[in-house]
Design a protein around this ligand. Sequence first.
Ligand SMILES: [Zn+2]
Length: 516
Amino acid sequence: MPSPALQERVRGEDSVSAQRVEEFFMAILLENATVVTLSPSKPILEAQQILIDGETIAQMGRKIHARGVPIAKRIDCSHMIVMPGLVNAHCHLTEILQKSFRDNARMEIWRSYRTTTEDLAKLTEDEIGTAAELACSEMLKSGVTAVVDHFSTRPGLTVKKMEAILGAFEKTGIRGMLVPSLRDQDSIRLAMQRTNRKNMAVQTSPEPWKDEVLTVLAHLRRRRTQSGIMLGPSSPMNCSDGLLREVVKVAEQYDLGIHTHLLETRLQAWTAQKLYGRTICAHLDEIGFLSPRVSGAHSIWLDERDIDLMASAGASAVHNPASNLKLGSGIAPVAKLKSRGVNVALGTDGGDTSDSYSIFEQMRLAAYLSRVVDENPNNWIQAPDALRMGTVNGAQAIPAWRGKIGVIRPGYSADLILLKPTLRLRPLRDIVHQLVFCEGGQSVHTVLVAGEVVVDDGRLTRVDENSLIRRVEPISRKMHRIYSRIKKIPDRSQKMTHQLYKKALAAKGLPVRLLS
Ligand SMILES: [Zn+2]
């Protein structure tokens, strides 16, 4: 039976129907399940029963004893694969509105187009919520049950905009982590101005973010929802040391995780050397920023010492292979990070830079890309590694999710996906290999988040998909019209970026992360 606190939360949710509340307080029994365990010794267990009581996996085994537990729903999992829900540990939900707008643009130029388009579009809270709802829906249907949204929107962060994202989490039923993006300086402009560290400290702005973020945190803690909040410096170099220190202080005070972009491009690695006279990781280590609370998206341009600093601090890296390939950013040293003990999770980045929110896609790309950077097959990312990166490693990267999701085990939250193998998985011989190398999400049949069925027979249970598409298309069309106009206007900042890239590409002493 769910705890009294949980019962109170469910009863308080207006959107939950009386029938759903009734079902919620009774158990779900999965029968005849083929279960993906992620354990090296027994990766697959056959003919399992899984008892889900409220939000939690209560029992699992060949024959369990559910005496006294009223079973509301039995799901026959014969011919289905049951695996932990996938975790998208870095993405930007609202970028779905600019899906595939651009092709051959470096990250810095792509970002300038994206933000200018957002500036002019002036999205309302309702439009932000609709975009997030679409991205969450796409994810749930492809088996992603938990998502980290590194949320930035132009112009400026407000409580209402953050609530719009949280509203989309609750509406779709996904487990969501809102990470508002914070910044108070522009590293590219600073690099151009040859500004030194002393001057940078002066540029610290007061903290308009803090009241807003703490207001949302207070709302969340009152509601006792599945959703959470973390602190998200946009990238360390776009934040003054004062802001980064404040982030650490607030994270410790309120026990929050910290998420940031970290060394996504060669230009960033070069800029860090120029601004700090050392790598950004060495700088972060000195100011006490690195810790097990921190996850760094991309983590491509780390040098050997940076990797050791990440490992000794217990920080996680989040690999975003599709986005890195599309933007030509470089290839993260995933096998090396893993061998030094850094936890590596997976993310899709925004819908514009990777064009989908599929973690199945990222698992396959992570395995393939590791073969380009190392000639020794023993060092390649293999299917079981990739599967862990897409599930339990994602949970490990986020403090609030550690030991709670990512594996199928009694006591863990029932965040599960049931796959009914389609032709993509046929013939089916090795489940773990084929989930990574063959599956694309087409086989996802049923999805549970915290014990609730949110996708049933391939259909969303909480969202009217057709109505959602009708609502989102005009918003994206408006943005595309804006983008079509601005891309024709000459942009001087692009010339500046190209000049800086020339210097960064010619600079000696940076790690090699691009094919030459
Ligand atoms: Zn990103």
